[in-house]
Design a protein around this ligand. Structure first.
Ligand SMILES: [Zn+2]
Length: 257
């Protein structure tokens, strides 16, 4: 995440004291028009611009009473900064034929094939090439079928890992839900429902396994204290390696699809 704060900008009230009703801001950049999500916050003391690499969006946080003209002016003065940050975002990799994507941490090439409508399966690579995610049926449906396939695989792996860790810890878990979140990889509710990002299926298996252990361990401790981490360590002794992997490579998982 990239962040820019206007340290010297004062929160300017609009003359009427009313909040502007139109909060959508767009700015012309060399990448075309970019929409900026505007958030007003009573805690904010200054204007803050962010370019979030996972969500690939630009947000502007404003003190509650900042005039929209001041916000627009602030954004205009930082177009260069926004362009620099957008230029640094990794290229998107769509789920189309010929692209190579990681599945359980290993490179797989996507191929679209005729016939056997709707079938998606992993097939060995030819002549020592990468294994293939073979998608059968109309190419127009291919990208959605790849996404659905990855979500099914993610769900199966996360269900199995969560059940195994829950049995080791002697705890019960509720529903396991697969989502596409940008802010966190997993969560555990007070009632034991777990949710995970489907993108974990792209990461090496030890990373997915750690995330399952992380959320299941919250069934013992709903915090990140010393006792909590002792449970995690029992379930996944080398969890430090998974945390390091996520820190180094986690953002790249958001490039796909
Ligand atoms: Zn946690």
């Amino acid at each position: 995440m990239s962040l820019l704060r206007a340290f010297r900008s004062k929160a300017l009230s609009s003359p009427s004291g009313e909040r502007p009703s139109e909060e959508a801001l767009t700015v012309a950049t060399r990448f075309g028009k970019v929409a900026i999500t505007v958030r007003r916050s009573v805690q904010a003391r200054r204007m803050t611009l962010r370019v979030r690499s996972a969500a690939r969006d630009v947000t502007l946080t404003l003190p509650a009473r900042t005039a929209q003209a001041a916000a627009r002016d602030f954004v205009q003065r930082h177009v260069d900064w926004i362009e620099q940050r957008l230029a640094r975002l990794p290229e998107r990799i769509p789920f189309v034929a010929g692209e190579v994507i990681p599945l359980r941490g290993a490179a797989h090439r996507i191929e679209f094939r005729e016939g056997m409508r709707g079938l998606v399966r992993v097939e060995p690579g030819v002549r020592g090439g990468d294994p293939v995610i073979a998608v059968y049926g109309l190419p127009a449906h291919g990208p959605r079928r790849v996404a659905d396939f990855l979500k099914r695989e993610a769900r199966a792996d996360l269900l199995a890992a969560s059940a195994r860790h829950a049995a080791s810890l002697g705890v019960a878990i509720g529903r396991v839900t697969i989502k596409d979140t940008t802010s966190r990889w997993g969560s555990c509710s007070a009632t034991g429902d777990l949710s995970f990002s489907w993108r974990l299926i792209l990461a090496p298996p030890h990373v997915l396994d750690y995330l399952a252990a992380h959320e299941v361990a919250h069934r013992r401790e709903m915090n990140h204290g010393a006792r909590y981490w002792a449970h995690v360590e029992r379930l996944t002794p080398d969890y430090g390696r998974a945390e390091a992997w996520l820190k180094a490579h986690g953002a790249t998982l958001h490039r796909y699809g």
